[in-house]
Design a protein around this ligand. Structure first.
Ligand code: ZN
Length: 188
């Protein structure tokens, strides 16, 4: 397994829609193993394929659900259903490994159910209501549609986020990815 560089906002891979996986090849298995390794190195709650520059429609998650139970897995070709109220709380900060070191309150539905397949090609369902996992499922599927959580911020917070991103200077320095083996998210 290998830790891969994580793409940063402004990288094209984060802005394009992904492709459905037709066959679970050795390359897909390696990609998924590397994504777990990369997410662990970065201490993330989940990671979508575009965040390591891949076009495949899959993501991994590794975070607690509403009961506080750690949940970990992969979903290939996910379909997302959101349910329950759209919640925006000042003290629930959402972050993204592709916007390292930043975090903002982000409106998300209370419940999320994702169906797809696992690495054995078996149909799976992952669901959570009110936990970190519910938020992560919605966040990761957004990545697969070429969208970031920044797109879901209120206009005022979005301006604040864009200012923070400019201040980090990634674009000015030509930085489009970071390596979680050598840097902490705050220091990218
Ligand atoms: Zn993200």
């Amino acid at each position: 397994m290998t830790v891969r560089p994580i793409t940063i906002v402004g990288h094209r891979a984060l802005e394009r829609r992904t492709r459905k996986v037709r066959e679970i090849t050795e390359d897909i298995r390696t990609l998924v193993a590397d994504m777990f390794e990369t997410n662990d190195a970065a201490d993330g709650a989940g990671l979508a394929a575009p965040q390591v520059g891949s076009r495949w429609r899959l993501f991994i998650y590794s975070c607690p659900d509403a009961e506080g139970i750690e949940r970990r897995g992969v979903v290939i070709n996910p379909r997302l259903e959101r349910y329950g109220p759209l919640e925006l709380e000042e003290d629930t900060i959402e972050g993204c490994l592709s916007v390292p070191g930043e975090g903002f309150p982000t409106a998300r539905h209370r419940g999320a159910r994702v169906t797809g397949i696992d690495l054995e090609g078996q149909e799976i369902t992952v669901e959570d209501e009110g936990g970190v996992l519910a938020r992560a499922l919605q966040h990761e599927v957004d990545h697969l549609e070429g969208s970031l959580y920044l797109d879901r911020l209120t206009p005022a917070l979005r301006r604040e986020a864009l200012d923070a991103i400019t201040a980090r200077g990634w674009r000015a320095r030509g930085i489009l990815s970071w390596d979680p083996r050598t840097l902490e998210a705050e220091d990218v």
